[in-house]
Ligand binder design. Structure first.
Ligand SMILES: [Zn+2]
Length: 357
């Protein structure tokens, strides 16, 4: 079934992990044999051939670069200009993949419809480019608001103002505090440009302020439920309800620590913690119970977000295994119509609504 994944860090993997994502996964992982610079070396689950195999024909793909002021222990650049340059390198990789015929940028209704037609009705699946909607995870690299318009011209269609820690426009996971004047100005400019607000990673203070200050389309690209795994990175039921009220779609994430409680990074393993794809269904089902329908969930896997098989469901070997999800939903009593909504329909409906003239 045609599938949309609303959160992958493809260009980060290409440039910071040095992965040629056009290659088969076995080859990518073999080449990382013996490398110990990152915990997920040799354990990648995402590459372009596997996206094709899993019928993941459309993804929301990130640019990501943090600014850190002195004393901030998180990894990041020492100026917003450096962070901007990093995101432009990431964009250059997406563009090179377009030139190579591997990917195609989707940035309006027309390109979306054309791409859907290609995936649903044309050519054998093996030759189809992966559609990508450009998003920005953390707004630190937007040097000033004039850069947001440049980013929009480059295809940016969704933006999460914060990532981990304190940000220049909003505060993110593990931080506290609201938006401040810069954050509010950013939201105003996003609204003018019709850039989707990605609520993921906003800390509680910034989350509520962002919803109050932004009137455009809102989604949460990769987010699970606090009621099931208690952490500030996850949304509380009140936050989920507010998102549902705004017509948001919330993407289920496949990072093990967000799926099962008491995960210890670098120590726990998926099998022992009983972390399987069913756990993602638990989070999705929780949201459906709050909504009273299946109209607000989708997939936002984050499967290449600095982790691999050591920290994802044990019954998923590659992103191609997404095709196991419909069956799991059926077992929970979801209808054939619901399956389509989860695999692609809800994201598509959201985009068509956000991009309508
Ligand atoms: Zn993230």
């Amino acid at each position: 079934m045609f599938t949309i994944d609303a959160h992958l860090d493809l260009s980060m993997n290409a440039l910071e992990w040095n992965r040629d994502l056009r290659k088969p996964l076995s080859e990518i992982n073999r080449r990382e044999n013996g490398m110990v610079d990152k915990p997920d070396r040799g354990k990648a689950t995402v590459c372009i051939p596997e996206l094709r195999k899993g019928e993941v024909g459309l993804v929301v793909a990130t640019q990501i670069a943090r600014f850190v002021s002195e004393g901030n222990p998180l990894p990041g650049w020492h100026s917003p200009e450096q962070a901007w340059a990093q995101t432009q390198g990431q964009l250059a990789w997406y563009k090179a993949m377009e030139d190579a015929g591997e990917m195609v940028q989707i940035n309006d209704l027309e390109s979306l419809e054309k791409h859907l037609h290609l995936w649903l009705f044309e050519l054998p699946w093996s030759y189809k480019p992966i559609g990508y909607i450009l998003s920005l995870e953390g707004a630190d690299s937007i040097v000033n608001l004039s850069y947001l318009e440049k980013a929009y011209e480059n295809g940016l269609r969704a933006l999460g103002p914060a990532h981990y820690g304190p940000g220049r426009y909003a505060n993110g996971t593990d931080a506290t505090g609201g938006l401040g004047p810069n954050g509010k100005e950013l939201l105003k400019e996003m609204e003018r440009l019709n850039i989707i607000l990605d609520a993921t990673h906003l800390c509680d203070d910034s989350f509520w302020e962002a919803l109050a200050n932004y009137n455009g389309p809102v989604w949460a690209s990769h987010n699970n439920c606090r009621a099931l795994v208690n952490h500030n990175r996850q949304f509380s039921d009140d936050q989920l309800k507010a998102l549902i009220e705004r017509g948001a779609v919330i993407g289920g994430a496949l990072d093990a620590w967000m799926m099962v409680p008491n995960w210890e990074r670098g120590k726990s393993n998926p099998k022992e913690m009983d972390c399987n794809l069913e756990k993602m269904i638990d989070h999705m089902d929780h949201i459906c119970q709050l909504a009273g329908n299946a109209n607000h969930i989708g997939i936002g896997s984050d499967l290449d977000g600095a982790f691999g098989r050591e920290q994802c469901p044990y019954d998923l070997e590659t992103i191609g295994d997404f095709q196991k999800i419909p069956n799991l939903l059926t077992k929970r009593g979801y209808s054939p119509t619901d399956l389509k909504k989860v695999m692609h329909g809800n994201w598509l409906g959201f985009l068509k609504n956000a991009w309508k003239e």
